[in-house]
Design a protein around this ligand. Sequence first.
Ligand SMILES: NC(=O)c1ccc[n+]([C@@H]2O[C@H](COP(=O)([O-])OP(=O)(O)OC[C@H]3O[C@@H](n4cnc5c(N)ncnc54)[C@H](OP(=O)(O)O)[C@@H]3O)[C@@H](O)[C@H]2O)c1
Length: 335
Amino acid sequence: MPINRRFTLVRRPVGMPVDADFSLVSETAPALEEGQFLLRNHYASLDPAMRGWMDDRPSYMPPIRLGDPIRASTLGVVAESRNPDFPVGAWASGLGGIEDYTLHQRGSGRLIDPQALPSVTNYLSLFGGVGPTAYLGLLDVGQPKAGDTVLVSGAAGGVGSLVGQIAKIKGCRTVGIAGGPRKCERLLRDYGYDAAIDYRGKSAEELTAAIREAAPDGVDVQFENVGGIILDAGLMTLNPKARVVLCGLISQYNSEPVPVNNLWQLIVKGARIEGFIMTQYAHRIAEAVPELSNWLKEGKLRIDEHIEAGIENALPAFLRLFEGTNEGKMILKLA
Ligand SMILES: NC(=O)c1ccc[n+]([C@@H]2O[C@H](COP(=O)([O-])OP(=O)(O)OC[C@H]3O[C@@H](n4cnc5c(N)ncnc54)[C@H](OP(=O)(O)O)[C@@H]3O)[C@@H](O)[C@H]2O)c1
């Protein structure tokens, strides 16, 4: 039986996670029962949502149990199998953990074709939680029409960079918000945003002024990945009947929630705010996948991946999401 290194949760983080919240343990991978297969994980997706799974509170998924590996979407190669649908040597993906090997029960995991996309990691950066979230969150909840102005926060990240590009494909004007001049440059150059706003060092009022300047006709769709003063500033710029897609609140994942001051704007603009969670759209992923892969193959979508290597680097790689030092979809290489 192979040795399985597992990056486990041993204490629930308070605020920003620290080393002592985790332990890297080595265990023998279990012997397989009928219907199971063992996936040698090659890559794990690092997602802001994992921070929420570390807390013990009601959510769309149960909290990670203390002693369990950090839950993550992974992909890799079947190492051992007692399931004829997952032969040894086949590539597969599924919800596993940050660990060398994940034991999949019957009904869990799916086969993938490593040749079907430019890179096998695109299964995490385009088809994991990220691409379908951008596609369905924007198109289904945001309902953009050609000519609309779409405001995106976290605009240079995995989700945000795709939202901006999909909105452009649909004929919208796009305004992206990101941290620092380098990321703002990337918004304009790499993801085709019409305007970029650096939120760092700005008050809510200064941000509102910057958004008004970048979106002189007002905002029709606000795709919110960050929350806090960025959400508040965007609300002040909404057009009548605007749609706010609440996709993430990353600014608050390691701190106490801050109040939202400008919800009254939804009343006076007859606008709506709607939460989006990918797990409730699982049955619609099949709609997003063909169009996203066609756009990728036609060169209409640019995907950036930030890959860090080594299970021992799991925590610093994960923390990049909160430091803003990831340049693209954050992925950990495990093999
Ligand atoms: N609802 C769903 O189903 C769903 C699915 C996937 C992701 N999401 C959400 O989508 C958002 C983006 O996720 P992602 O995977 O694409 O990550 P990402 O955008 O690639 O990385 C996170 C980025 O968030 C920004 N950030 C971090 N802390 C911040 C803070 N305190 N204030 C402002 N910006 C901050 C940083 O960019 P800057 O350098 O620009 O600050 C960082 O690079 C997250 O909120 C995530 O929870 C939701």
